[in-house]
Design a protein around this ligand. Structure first.
Ligand SMILES: *Cc1c(COP(=O)(O)O)cnc(C)c1O
Length: 435
């Protein structure tokens, strides 16, 4: 469910007309709905009510300071993956003490920064990393809390680039070797074994892999509790969102109309299936949702530059590009595309929706049918709140886009569009070229 819908002919985010935003702040611009994020958070928390639960928002999905603050206000902590993300949590005025630090390549400086700020735990992915954390903790004279990421070797049935819980990818320690890894960790003097972790992949749209992974790893987690007194288990993130029927899925009626066998994953179903498996462990449970919390809460607004009609093929050329939203180029992902002003008298148009960047991969959609739109009109790419802005680049010397947050009838810029001067401010012409 989300808060993007047509009021009359105009697409709104909550009570705000998106075309007004596009005119006010220009395009391309990301727009996020605070109410949608809050609903997503609350539904998931309620779905697992009764457990000792901490939601750690996987902030790599969307790490704008305002969004971090919004989730912190709701009670979230963070799953973070770099020193930069540690500093973002601090800059947002959010509490880092319930947050966890993941990732396969933590540097000494990052470990130090996290320890100095009282990180809840490091989620470690290899034995050399435990040695490094032990070393840094020793220098600081503290004990570093850790959980080992266990790779359960289940198939998440998602895109290869976002599968993480199979034995042939770089993440975690296989379940069969995890006992030895914990034994090794226990021998380090500056390491405090505090929990266990897993994360099997992203954009999972069925319950089965989550259930399979929890069932597979739970007995080992119970052993860890008995042996080391661990206090928590993080079962990761990965809950998928709706991309195909993105707009329709904002309407409760759409959900009721889905047949039970094919109904997309809901936070209620996730909670119902996992709670009975998790409760008997008597542990604090961490969740690390990223995409689920923000994905359907954001759209990318873009302006039509040209409609180029070809012989067999037409191209709708827009002012957003793969540098602003790389998911279609990187993951072949689908984003629904809708006009900001609906007009039933217009003909349908089938076209490739493309950006201006000099790459054939700069294509948001192939042979997409939508209402005919022309130069100067606006369209929205739906479900762009996760892995959108955070993955953007400056390719083709394009400035990073603006971001706007809406709450009810209020809206404000949370990230001002970058300028060309900002983009080149760290560049220099060396003396040997200019003399
Ligand atoms: C990326 C990531 C997440 C979040 O994944 P989503 O699919 O966005 O929910 C959670 N935990 C870890 C360890 C991750 O790397």
């Amino acid at each position: 469910m989300h808060h993007f819908r047509y009021a009359g002919p105009n697409l709104h985010c909550e009570s705000v007309d998106l075309a007004e935003i596009a005119r006010l702040y220009g395009t391309p611009t990301y727009v996020y709905s605070a109410a949608t994020m809050a609903d997503n958070y609350t539904r998931l928390a309620n779905g697992l009510a009764g457990l000792d639960l901490q939601i750690c928002y996987a902030m790599k999905a969307n790490s704008s300071l305002a969004i971090l603050r919004h989730f912190a206000n709701l009670g979230a902590a963070f799953d973070l993956v770099s020193g930069g993300e540690v500093r973002r949590v601090l800059a947002a005025g959010a509490n880092i003490k319930s947050s966890v630090f993941a990732g396969v390549g933590k540097t000494e400086a990052e470990i130090k920064l996290a320890l100095e700020n009282g990180i809840f735990a490091f989620h470690v992915e290899s034995e050399p990393e435990i040695a490094r954390i032990n070393h840094v903790a020793g220098k600081l004279g503290v004990k570093a809390p850790i959980a080992i990421r266990i790779n359960p070797d289940v198939d998440a049935h998602t895109h290869a680039k976002i599968t993480t819980g199979k034995s042939d990818n770089k993440f975690g320690i296989p379940l069969t070797q995890a006992a030895a890894a914990y034994e090794a960790a226990a021998r380090y003097p500056n390491i405090l074994i505090k929990g266990a972790q897993m994360h099997i992949g992203s954009q999972l749209t069925s319950l089965a892999p989550f259930v399979e992974a929890v069932k597979k790893v739970a007995p080992f987690v119970a052993e860890l509790k008995a042996k080391y007194g661990i206090t928590y288990w993080s079962i990761g993130g990965g809950i998928g969102i709706i991309y195909k029927d993105a707009l329709a899925s904002g309407d409760p009626a759409w959900w009721s109309a889905q047949p039970a066998e094919t109904r997309p994953l809901t936070p209620e179903a996730y909670g119902e299936a996992l709670k009975p498996l998790l409760a008997p462990l008597g542990l604090k449970i961490l969740l690390e949702p990223g995409r689920y919390l923000v994905g359907n809460a954001g759209v990318l607004l873009t302006r039509v530059e040209f409609l180029k009609r070809g012989k067999g093929k037409s191209f709708l050329i827009v002012d957003a590009a793969m540098n602003d939203l790389v998911r279609p180029a990187m993951y072949d992902s689908y984003h629904e595309i809708v006009p900001l002003r609906r007009d039933s008298t217009r003909a349908a148009l089938t076209a490739d929706v493309v950006g201006p960047v000099c790459e054939s991969g700069d294509c948001f959609a192939k042979d997409r049918t939508l209402q005919e739109v022309g130069e100067g009109e606006f369209i929205a790419l739906m479900s762009a709140g996760a892995y959108g802005f955070t993955m953007s680049s400056r390719y083709n010397t394009r400035n990073l886009t603006a971001e706007v947050l809406v709450q009810g009838a209020a809206s404000d810029l949370i990230n001002v569009r970058e300028t060309f001067e900002q983009q080149i401010q760290n560049e220099k012409l060396p003396a040997f070229l200019t003399k």
